[in-house]
Design a protein around this ligand. Sequence first.
Ligand SMILES: [Zn+2]
Length: 533
Amino acid sequence: MYKNIFVSQCGYLPGMQKQVTFRTDKPINFAVLKSNGACVYTGRADKKIKNAAAGETDFVGDFSALTKTGCYYITAEGLGESDTFTIGRNAFSDVFQKSMAFFYLQRCGHELPEASAGLYAHPACHTQTGYAYDKTESRDVTGGWHDAGDYGRYVGPGAMAVAQLLYALERNKALCNSYQSPEPQTSVLNDYLEELKYELDWMMKMQREDGALYHKATCASFCSFIMPEDEKGKMILSPVSVTATADFAAVCAMAVRFYKKYDKAYAKKLEQVSKKAYTALKDMTLPGGFKNPKGITTGEYGDPCDTDERYWAAAELYRTFGNEEYRYDFEKLARKKIYHGYGWVEMGSYGNLAYLGTGRPVDETLKQAISDSMIATADKLLKTSEADGYGTALTKKQYDWGSNLTVANNGLQLYDAWKLTGEQKYLDAAAAQLHYLLGRNAMGLCYVTGCGTDAIKHPHHRPSGFKGKAMPGMLSGGPCDWLADETIRSLFTKETAPAPAKCLIDMTGSYSTNEVTIYWNSALIQLLASVTE
Ligand SMILES: [Zn+2]
């Protein structure tokens, strides 16, 4: 590691807090220079941080006072130079556009023409008929986005991704409406809503007649590093699950609010399928925690607790449709426990936002309790973030599989506290989580492919691996100290492994540190849209 100075490589908005991390043992003077070498700002980094997660000592500098648009880099004696970065109103346009276009490039069952997809062009893939695992039926399940580095399609993660992208739109219309699909769209919808509809349409095909949702559509096992049209195995619909059904009910209810303005018939359809799923959900007594049935080895997305998914669904249906039944269901659950989380396992925050965001009658005491609990959650994150050399709200023990999702979701919870309190410290910390993902981290890498000056180049992603070039706009999973794949274990043992925040190898084989998923990208986009609203 030759770098000692770490910044957001995609830059900063002019008004944003701007921090820089120096990997050094003593306080240091630093200078911010324009790309032509002219010094425009000098400062001193004297906030010392013992960084256990990264196994180093850091000093943090602040150059928030520099607000002038331009292209810059930072130097400090003996530490070399930082990556270049911009300050400007459009600093994040490129990363937004690319990370959104990723969803288009992940489209399944759609021909990606070369004019739109370039190197990643391919004919329509996975056009096989889907067969229910229990052999009760077969049906068309074409469409949707490939989930990750593999070609599976999973309802829960898909619903989470769409929900996050809808929140991004709710908060930052200007940014989201600026999205231009690589393939010119022709519908009444803008390109952003058109892309989300592609996933919603597919999820509808995963709904059984009784309203419940098949958990996933995949072949029996993961294929090798081939292009998607070459995966020709039998398409199997894994058994229905509570989590898939609840997530689908919730996201379709949410989507009604966004689509009704453009397409009333589509909004009506969303309403019908959402309510149908919710009715089915109430009768579902399956134990929480989907388990792969015998013979299926693709991503399990098992989640032992389905209460938070039911919590989200009830709140979201109440917000959109207003039926007392939904309100009753949500309040009953929330009085027992207030849930938090923006992941696919813990989804309580979506429910909280729906309940707090509804203009309909609510239990004001409960509403206050939820709000207080959200702020208390953010306070813990804020404390961790302020004590970390890179401003991340991860503790040393949280560099787990997909740690970058946790980083983004921590940022969202900090943002929520800003919305609830108006206190700037929460917004600054939320933005710091974004800056971490974009280069101000212990690896000195922009974790989004094709963005910034020094990004991840070898993600675990089949089309990228097959073509030998990383598809742009993908957020890597991030450091994970579990040593959970053969590639990372071929380099390190428990004794020789780097510190948790540095446990990432930019190699295609390292799926535990360097895979990509649609719902890591959606978390990035929701965070980006939120902190730049
Ligand atoms: Zn496909």
